[in-house]
Design a protein around this ligand. Structure first.
Ligand code: MG
Ligand code: ZN
Length: 220
């Protein structure tokens, strides 16, 4: 029996040209955000703790300007619309698996026919005095990394015997997932990490590159 293809696609720096959380932080520059990033790099904070603490630097009253900046600033990578159609036409299940936040991901994906249940990201609340990030997709028992939005937990929930699992990503947050899948499409830091560990990967710049490769490669 042929396996069913499933794609786990990152959002920031993958579907969008650059990272939207970094763009928000650089633009509004709340005091302390760079120090939090340094603590993440030094492994003193988990990704979940870092993202939560960075957004807590903003009063919730700044919601409108932050949301509208994020949405206006983002650029969708070439070929993404065609890629969504390609997946639909070929019976490929496309999941967006993102460590980004709902308030920019849902609006930016709205033009594309992707069901909400196939979008996995963090959530947010503006009810308190500062912006609060909520974590509906935390790590399962097999992941101790405190990801916030745990990509490996989602990948594990799709049986490798039944699915040909494909990952598309660009950075360190995609690396643990890359270890699990059959096929890796990589750009930027994820290429360096794959090279370092000797993992096979296909480089991409646009979603047209990915479609071409998927066409060329028969389902396993
Ligand atoms: Mg990314
Ligand atoms: Zn995790």
């Amino acid at each position: 029996m042929k396996k069913e293809r499933i794609i786990f696609c990152d959002f920031d720096g993958t579907i969008t040209v650059s990272d939207n959380i970094v763009a928000i932080m650089k633009h509004f520059n709340p005091p302390g955000w760079e120090d939090l990033v340094q603590q993440l790099v030094d492994k003193k904070l988990s990704l979940r703790e870092t993202v939560g603490a960075m957004f807590a630097l903003f009063p919730a009253s700044r919601k409108e300007e932050i949301v509208s900046y994020a949405i206006q600033n983002a650029i969708i990578r070439d070929g993404f619309g065609e890629f969504v159609s390609y997946c639909q036409d070929n019976g490929i299940k496309l999941l967006v698996t993102s460590g980004g936040i709902d308030f920019f991901i849902y609006p930016l994906l709205k033009p594309f026919p992707i069901a909400n249940e196939n979008i996995f990201c963090n959530a947010s609340s503006f009810e308190g005095s500062t912006i609060e990030i909520l974590w509906p997709n935390k790590c399962d028992a097999h992941c101790q990394a405190d990801c916030g939005m745990c990509k490996t937990s989602i990948i594990r929930s799709y049986d490798a015997n039944r699915y040909e699992r494909i990952l598309i990503g660009d950075s360190i947050s995609d690396f643990e997932g890359a270890k699990l899948v059959d096929t890796i499409f990589a750009r930027s830091h994820l290429i360096d990490l794959c090279k370092e560990k000797g993992y096979a990967y296909y480089p991409f710049e646009t979603f047209f590159d990915i479609m071409k490769q998927l066409e060329a490669e028969p389902v396993r």
